[in-house]
Design a protein around this ligand. Structure first.
Ligand SMILES: [Zn+2]
Length: 109
C-alpha cells in the first residue's frame, strides 16, 4: 500500500505507525520510512457503538491489521462479520465529515 508509510528504528528495527519522536523500545531518534506492503491480516478489532460527531453510522468495527512486511495500522473494518486472521485490503477512503469536508482514513475490507 503505497500511501501508508511507517517508520523503522535504525537502531533496533521496531516499526512504528504513526511516527513517534523517539523509538518506543530503545529511545533512538533516527528512523527510515517503510511502506506497508501486501495484504493486511486482522490481529484484533473492537465493536464501537458510541461514535463521534461527523459519523452517521450507529455502529462500526475498528480493526488493527498487520501487513506482510510487519507494518501495523488501525482502520475502519468494513466487513459484516470480522474474524481474527482474515486477510483484508486497505485503502484510503472518506470515513467521516467535519465542517462539510470529507475526512479520509484507512478502510479495511
Ligand atoms: Zn529502537
Amino acid at each position: 500500500m503505497k500511501e501508508l508509510v511507517a517508520h523503522r528504528c535504525t537502531k533496533c528495527g521496531l516499526i512504528m505507525y504513526p511516527q513517534h519522536g523517539r523509538c518506543l523500545r530503545c529511545k533512538e531518534r533516527e528512523f527510515e520510512p517503510i511502506e506497508a506492503k501486501g495484504d493486511a491480516e486482522l490481529i484484533t478489532y473492537s465493536d464501537n457503538q458510541t461514535l463521534p460527531w461527523g459519523i452517521d453510522d450507529r455502529q462500526r468495527f475498528l480493526g488493527i491489521v498487520e501487513f506482510e512486511n510487519g507494518v501495523k495500522a488501525m482502520g475502519w473494518l468494513k466487513v459484516a462479520a470480522p474474524k481474527l486472521g482474515m486477510k483484508l485490503k486497505a485503502r484510503w477512503e472518506p470515513v467521516r465529515v467535519i465542517d462539510g469536508e470529507d475526512v479520509y482514513g484507512l478502510v479495511l475490507r
